[in-house]
Design a protein around this ligand. Structure first.
Ligand code: 5GP
Length: 176
């Protein structure tokens, strides 16, 4: 597909890593697991992850906004909220990528304020070089360099989410 400079992480590598994450999560949690996926980027990762866990997973979703194109706007707003009571719950947030940490920092605080007993994070990707806010992330798929990536749920202006691999987006030309 145009504007993908290179494949950064292949489909096989992603699936192998997701299996490892699923096994670690399954081992760490007793009984049902409450996962909150962050829309829309986490959906592909979450759907593969939950199907590799041999325990009941309760799936919730939350939507926040902080990005326009390839730039973080810095302010985070909840656009669609979860539909459950959070008091006393052990929550596992599912994210596609942690970049500056602004989104995750805001969400952790928000879910805790609403009474969640614990909040842990599983993210497919992390860009540590870009971090502005320190985030304790229990499960990380891959740490990557400071490159704008698309595919496997991640978009550029709502495109490329359905790529089965993670690619580096080349924004030198603006056509898809
Ligand atoms: P943060 O708040 O950590 O800066 O940004 C988190 C969100 O920004 C992610 O959920 C994702 O939607 C978006 N994001 C950050 N880096 C990238 C990237 O390289 N590619 C894409 N497609 N989205 C990104």
């Amino acid at each position: 597909m145009g504007n993908i400079k290179e494949v950064l992480i292949s489909e096989d590598k992603i699936q192998n890593r997701i299996l490892e994450l699923a096994q670690a999560i399954e081992k760490d949690y007793d009984g049902e697991i409450l996962m909150i996926g962050i829309l829309k980027g986490s959906t592909i990762f979450m759907s593969d992850l939950v199907r590799k866990i041999n325990k009941n997973v309760y799936m919730e979703f939350i939507q926040v906004s902080s990005y326009e194109g390839t730039e973080s706007t810095g302010t985070v707003n909840i656009k669609k909220d979860v539909e459950i009571e959070l008091v006393g719950k052990d929550v596992l947030i599912v994210e596609d990528i942690i970049d500056t940490g602004n989104t995750m920092g805001y969400l952790i605080e928000n879910l805790k304020q609403r009474g969640a007993k614990s909040v842990e994070i599983v993210t497919l990707l992390s860009k540590p070089a870009r971090r502005l806010k320190e985030i304790e992330c229990k499960y990380i798929g891959f740490e990557i360099e400071d490159k704008f990536v698309v595919g496997f749920g991640m978009d550029y202006n709502q495109n490329y989410r359905n790529l089965p691999y993670i690619g580096i987006y080349d924004n030198s030309e603006e056509n898809i």
